[in-house]
Design a protein around this ligand. Structure first.
Ligand SMILES: *Cc1c(COP(=O)(O)O)cnc(C)c1O
Length: 496
């Protein structure tokens, strides 16, 4: 089948899904979308009783038609194997009258593993037959914490690819830093940058736009640059699978019948996690509503309330760093589909965002979006309170990102019988100090002391990949300025 992808901002560039994955971002700055999304439906009834891996093969087959069944089979087997702590991959658990979908049982204990365990598999199968066989890819990523480690774990020792991660010095948690600096593998590079996440992200985008550097790398070393950020189609589509998984688990428990609607509450930053729920709906899953949960950086809450997206606002560093985002990139894809593919409108909105720092969508479009998407947000006190409340009510420990969702869930009126599923995006053990404090525990000493007290107080166990960091050897200690990033990226690429 000849499904083509093009930019949200224009249709002149037409790519296969393989090319879209390899390239990451469209040349005009837009995100890759396909107008075939949802033309081929997935019959959820056929997935009941199936394994996560079987579901992944079916759902990914519908989203990436130019990958063969056997290729997808190889990708899925490599990505969702014994590196996961739970054989269900994304197990659903009861939470009072509601449910929680655990997305954090992967090798780095964050939901980004769902996508980043499989993206390297896709990437390895994207080099075109006519290109030279030794063509290599360097993946460049700026991280506020979770993406970096998940990308390192996914790409480590993958033939033909390298991975370089930049993180803002002093702005990630001790655990997050150690997760990255202790990463093993011959093709990985980790570097601290003097600046904040936005500075690092902007510099990475500039490196991508540097045609000179790109040409040099391609000519001298046959290396092309790519991105592992959630704008990549290959990161988005694997996340659609767990919405189907949540739904079939509800059917298997006898909570719902096929066709009943389910609502999802989703901790949101770059709009990737929740957009996958919208894609699932387009594939035919009975998604009743999608609730965007934000932290104090509530730019999406304001947008969904007023129709105006305004990034000119203070940036807050919160206890949920992976949701501290002012420009929520994947929103552009939702706007594209909700406006029935109006590339001209999207281009205009994104130009406004660039030039004026804000954009406003037409009233009718806002109304349509609000028919499906609702929103909530939590300030820092509410995040802490939500961790406490969830523990007291359910004896279930949540991390600060999930807590934003828990707060939004608690604020929602319970007027319907539609089951509600809260997506849980990180292990509480990634943020043992914040969680311990919320639960009234002693938080003196190291993060590892906090982990041990959290275990003792709650009867839960820290994942080995996190607890074991205390004695793991640190490999990367470089700290560079923003200006030195292109040089660092070039050196790393030349060593591939
Ligand atoms: C990345 C992340 C989020 C936000 O997901 P988006 O796809 O950016 O909306 C929420 N929680 C955690 C723990 C994350 O790592």
């Amino acid at each position: 089948m000849n499904t083509t992808f093009h930019s949200t901002r224009g249709t002149s560039e037409q790519l296969t899904s393989r090319q879209a994955i390899r390239q990451g971002l469209a040349d005009d700055g837009g995100l890759f979308v396909t107008d075939d999304l949802g033309k081929q439906k997935v019959d959820v009834a056929t997935l009941v009783g199936k394994s996560y891996q079987d579901m992944a093969r079916t759902v990914l087959g519908a989203l990436l038609p130019d990958f063969s069944a056997s290729e997808l089979d190889e990708c899925v087997s490599a990505a969702y194997g014994s590196q996961w702590l739970d054989s269900a991959i994304t197990p659903l658990k009861p939470l009072g009258d509601d449910y929680i979908l655990e997305l954090f049982n992967g090798p780095t204990s964050a939901f980004k593993d769902v996508a980043l365990q499989i993206l390297p598999q896709f990437m390895a199968r994207t080099s075109s037959a006519e290109s030279s066989t030794n063509e290599k890819v360097m993946v460049l990523t700026a991280t506020s914490g979770d993406t970096g480690k998940a990308a390192l774990a996914g790409f480590a020792d993958t033939p033909g690819t390298g991975i370089t991660v930049f993180y803002p010095e002093g702005k990630v948690s001790e655990i997050q830093r150690l997760q990255m600096t202790t990463q093993t593998g011959s093709n990985v590079n980790v570097c601290a940058v003097k600046g904040n996440f936005d500075d690092a992200q902007t510099a990475v985008k500039r490196i991508f736009g540097d045609k000179d550097l790109a040409t040099k790398l391609e000519a001298g070393n046959s290396v092309s640059l790519s991105s592992a950020n959630s704008i990549n189609v290959g990161r988005l589509v694997p996340q659609v699978v767990y919405y189907f998984s949540a739904y079939t688990q509800l059917v298997e428990r006898g909570v719902i019948k096929i066709g009943d609607e389910v609502g999802f509450i989703v901790p949101t930053g770059n709009f990737g996690d929740i957009l996958a729920g919208y894609y699932a709906k387009k594939l035919g899953l009975p998604v009743g509503g999608l609730t965007v949960a934000s932290d104090r950086n509530n730019v999406l809450f304001d947008f969904l309330t007023t129709g105006t997206y305004n990034r000119e606002r203070p940036f807050y560093e919160t206890t949920s760093p992976s949701m501290d985002i002012l420009v929520s990139s994947n929103l552009e894809r939702m706007l594209y589909y909700m406006s029935d593919g109006d590339t001209k409108l999207i281009r205009g909105l994104m130009d406004d965002l660039q030039d004026k720092g804000s954009f406003t969508i037409p009233e009718a479009l806002l109304k349509r979006i609000r028919g499906l998407f609702s929103c909530g947000w939590a300030d820092e006190d509410q995040v802490s309170q939500a961790i406490t409340d969830c523990w007291n009510a359910n004896h279930y420990v949540i991390d600060p990102h999930t807590a934003c969702g828990y707060h939004a869930l608690a604020q929602m009126p319970r007027e319907t019988v539609t089951p509600r599923v809260l997506l849980s995006t990180a292990s509480p053990y990634k943020f043992p100090r914040v969680v311990g404090k919320a639960l009234g525990l002693d938080t003196t000493g190291t993060d590892f002391d906090c982990m041990d007290r959290l275990s003792e107080a709650t009867g839960t166990t820290a994942p080995k990949n996190l607890r074991g960091l205390e004695h793991a050897a640190e490999r990367f200690t470089d700290v560079i300025s923003i200006d030195e990033m292109p040089g660092y990226a070039r050196n790393a690429s030349q060593q591939l």
